[in-house]
Unconditional design. Structure first.
Ligand code: ASP
Ligand code: MG
Length: 414
């Protein structure tokens, strides 16, 4: 018997029938003797609906009032879920974020959790109740309602799990786990039994939107084992956890992430002298444009080239800034391309295995795919290619690294 925090997303509580389904699932866990704390999102579409109403009143709603409004979605689902639990004979109580003292800073619309006083929750658990907490919301020092940013219920669940030292934080969603890559691109993609926090962060930041990134960071920092599972089917889901040193069977590559959201810019023939990188990157940063990959070439004849990628929506703005800079810096030319895609291999096993990059580059070469940029980190190799080659490239890599196939059941002991 252990303490488990479960989070159910918007689709899982999207209709009254589904709420009853969730209640049944919770009761089964209770019957196995576990203490259960539940965090719920608003019914699917509800947060967007509330936002839309606010925008019909004013294009720029006051952030404080917006949080008062948006937090209501979750208040609906906590009450409904408790009613469903009661009907099944399961003792339960609902609480808003403020009621269980989820203290945040005062950054309305994207507040950060500062502390949680878990005494109240513990008191209810001791009385044999399921505790149902509204996700996505908290309260600041002055008693104002705050929200944690879109998708923030994941973070509420992880924070509660950390505060309560729960055995596991289970995130129930509409997919049955984390996959080696997007199954819509590679039908052979396989559900991972396990993945490390670090790998999950890379996969999420590269577009695998199963979990809010902040929730993964939080879980990693506090060592909360996270499990992603389907609320519609039975299954083990994917466990996100610390890297285990003794795990000899750990695959070298865990997955392939990709995105089409970037654009690439190059400034050619800038003087190769101190301060140039700063003079290029400075104005881009001041315009609030985030850089992803940055590459500077080895200088030749006193000149060098500088290439970086930005979010595609910032492409025009970045291009304008760079064109202006080109004159100041005496650069030869500015080039840009917004039809690129980034593909990344992710795996902690890369640290101890040679030859990953060469296998990757050969697989792409065999398909005639030209690599436009390369960057690496300890557990990731990313390439930029023309976006028309995205699917082909991902499929080629998925098979080159043998990522497909049936899910292995470790419990049967190989
Ligand atoms: N209801 C909020 C949203 O839609 C929070 C969440 O679902 O996690 O972003
Ligand atoms: Mg959500």
């Amino acid at each position: 018997m252990s303490l488990i925090v479960q989070k159910y997303g918007g689709t899982s509580v999207g209709t009254p029938e589904r709420i009853v389904e969730v209640a049944r699932r919770i009761r089964r866990w209770r019957e196995q003797g576990h203490d259960i704390v539940v965090v719920v999102s608003a019914m699917s579409g509800e947060t967007n609906r509330l936002l839309q109403i606010a925008r019909e009143i004013t294009p720029s709603p006051d952030p404080r009032e917006l949080d008062v409004l948006l937090s209501t979605g979750e208040q609906v689902t906590i009450a409904l879920l408790c009613m469903a639990l009661h009907r099944l004979g399961c003792a339960a109580r609902s609480y808003t974020g403020a009621q269980v003292h989820i203290r945040t800073d005062s950054t309305f619309n994207k507040a950060r959790i500062l502390e949680i006083d878990e005494q109240k929750v513990r008191g209810d658990l001791a009385q044999g109740r399921v505790v149902v907490v509204a996700g996505f919301q908290g309260v600041d020092g002055a008693g104002n309602i705050t929200t944690l940013g879109r998708g923030g219920s994941d973070t509420t669940a992880v924070a509660l799990a950390a505060a309560l030292k729960a055995g596991e934080c289970q995130i129930y969603t509409d997919v049955d786990g984390v996959y080696t890559t997007d199954p819509r691109v590679v039908p052979q993609a396989r559900r991972l039994e396990r993945i490390t926090f670090e790998e999950m962060l890379e996969m999420s930041s590269l577009g695998s939107k199963v979990l809010q990134i902040r929730a993964v960071e939080f879980a990693g920092k506090y060592g909360v084992p996270l499990r992603v599972l389907s609320s519609f089917e039975e299954g083990e889901g994917t466990l996100i956890t610390k890297e285990e040193q003794q795990d000899m069977e750990q695959a070298v590559i865990s997955g392939i992430a990709f995105n089409r959201d970037e654009a690439k810019l190059t400034i050619l023939g800038v003087p190769d002298e101190p301060g140039v990188a700063y003079r290029i990157v400075g104005p881009i940063g001041e315009a609030n444009i985030e850089l992803d990959m940055i590459i500077q070439n080895v200088g030749a004849d006193g000149n060098t080239d500088f290439t970086f990628t930005v979010h595609r929506s910032d492409y025009q703005k970045a291009l304008e800034i760079l064109s202006r800079l080109a004159d100041d810096l005496g650069a030869r030319e500015v080039e840009g391309d917004n039809r690129i895609a980034k593909i990344s291999l992710v795996g902690v096993g890369m640290r101890s295995h040679a030859g990953i990059a060469s296998t990757m580059f050969r697989a792409l070469a065999d398909e005639g795919i030209n690599i436009r940029m390369i960057s690496t980190s300890e557990i990731k190799i990313s390439v930029v290619v023309d976006d028309k080659y995205l699917e082909l490239g991902v499929r080629a890599l998925h098979s080159a690294f043998g990522l497909g196939g049936a899910v292995q059941d470790r419990s049967r002991g190989e």
